[in-house]
Design a protein around this ligand. Structure first.
Ligand code: FAD
Length: 417
């Protein structure tokens, strides 16, 4: 392990007394070596977590993470930070709940404050049909061991201050996951990067993968903007660009890429202490520690790699917000952006080795992969190191698209973030 200054009260005081000269960079600016045991493509949460778990759980340190831009600059740094595990099917419930339990102790494990805030998450029902489905879902989730409570409209209004008593989309009830919440997205990327670096892993930014070296149907190296790098295995975690990378190896993935947008308002005093999602209006909202409202909406269902926002979705998100909380109508938007999401037919992920031996993918995270980062990292690292799928990721196979054994969370849990 490379020595690093721990984060604690004493080091903060020493840092202050040294005029902040005590602090080292959180990770080295590594130069690419000729070859590695494992190369991870993509310095988002999934790639960095995989690198960390390869070292921390499997003792593999001759590993590089190649990132074409800066780490966390993809969807990991663009998402609305909602973390929850209220999924319908047992396979996904087990997977996402494992991720949530890891998030609950991640700050301690990585010695980095990821600002995990267990503030609960509400999904609102806006008609009797949704309410009945929600009751059913709450029971199924509880059977899966996931904390989940159905509340009637009175319970929802008692728990969420400021909710419009007379919205255009009437509120019939709500599903609460008390353990759900948010975490600071950049901090998750930085925490894994710092911990991976401490284990000796090379994090190489500004290094774009442009091709593969394949020998006898096996991956033997990656071509990059900084030259050829040999490797034994490759883990690809590039979210919306998964199909691009797959094409470089002659593969086609069951993935479609869409832009998903988010919005932030000017900051106000603390007024919303939970996450509220309203599938009928398409909007969801939470408040950051700085006071800004973070607002999201649905996928722009137009296949695109254009990583920018647009006015129709801004209007839709604003309409939803103002219907739920009319008092926010005078807030100004400060920023709007988009990320490119990798969506599978069943809204479940893929963590599996591809038809090219040694070339693994972690993709299909769609609009909800931030909450999965610890579990995705553990499972991909396990597969790369042990040569077999992690039991938690048994459902996340390529095979299911051939056999039809889909885990259709799009239909069941109505996946949104
Ligand atoms: C607006 C928005 C809101 C969202 N809200 C939520 C939410 O509230 N909760 C939730 O759970 N999820 C949410 N998500 C989804 C979540 O952000 C993603 O599923 C998750 O961050 C994916 O992480 P990743 O590490 O796989 O990908 P990324 O973080 O996108 O990282 C992939 C990296 O690969 C790099 N890369 C791409 N091509 C190459 C190449 N050729 N060579 C080298 N590097 C390359 C990119 O630069 C990028 O940094 C949201 C997404 C968006 C866009």
């Amino acid at each position: 392990m490379r020595p690093r200054t721990p984060f604690n009260a004493w080091s903060l005081i020493r840092g202050g007394l040294s005029r902040q000269r005590l602090w080292q960079p959180q990770w080295r600016k590594a130069e690419p070596k000729k070859s590695y045991d494992v190369v991870i493509i993509g310095g988002g949460g999934h790639g960095l977590a995989t690198a960390y778990y390869l070292a921390a759980r499997h003792g593999l340190r001759n590993v590089a993470v190649l990132e074409k831009g800066w780490i966390g600059g993809g969807n990991t740094g663009r998402n609305t930070t909602v973390i929850r595990s209220n999924y319908f099917y047992p396979e996904s419930a087990a997977f996402y709940d494992y991720a949530l339990t890891q998030y609950e102790q991640l700050s301690r494990e990585l010695d980095y404050n990821i600002m995990f805030s267990r503030r609960g998450m509400w999904v609102l029902a806006h008609d009797p049909h949704q309410r009945d489905r929600m009751r059913h879902s709450a029971n199924a989730m509880r059977l899966n061991g996931v904390d989940s409570e159905f509340h009637d409209a009175g319970g929802v209004y008692a728990a969420i201050p400021g909710l419009n008593p007379d919205p255009r989309h009437r509120i019939w009830g709500g599903l609460l996951q008390p353990r759900g919440g948010t975490a600071r997205h950049d901090a998750v990327a930085w925490a894994y990067a710092r911990a991976a670096d401490a284990h000796g892993i090379d994090i190489i930014e500004q290094c774009e993968v442009t091709g593969f070296e394949l020998v006898g149907g096996r991956v033997a190296g990656v071509k990059t903007s900084r030259g050829m790098i040999g490797c034994g295995k490759v883990g690809v975690a590039v979210a919306g660009h998964s199909s691009d990378i797959a094409r470089l190896a002659g593969l086609t993935l069951p993935i479609q890429s869409y832009a998903l947008q988010a919005f932030v308002t000017e900051p106000v005093k603390p007024c919303l202490d939970t996450v509220v999602m309203s599938p009928a209006t398409g909007a969801y909202v939470s408040q950051t520690d700085k006071g800004e409202l973070v607002l999201g909406a649905g996928l722009d269902l137009y296949l695109s790699y254009a990583q920018r926002g647009n006015l129709p979705w801004m209007e839709r998100a604003a309409q939803g917000l103002v219907d739920l909380f009319p008092q926010f109508s005078r807030l100004r938007f400060l920023r709007q952006w988009a990320g490119i999401c990798d969506v599978t037919r069943d809204s479940s992920p893929i963590i599996d080795e591809s038809a090219v031996a040694g070339l693994h993918f972690s993709c299909g995270w769609g609009t909800g992969g931030f909450k999965a980062i610890p579990a995705g990292g553990v499972c991909l690292a396990h597969h790369l190191a042990a040569g077999e799928r992690h039991p938690l990721a048994a459902f996340a196979s390529f095979e299911r698209f051939a056999t039809g054994r889909l885990v259709d969370e799009a239909g069941a849990a109505g996946i949104a973030h």
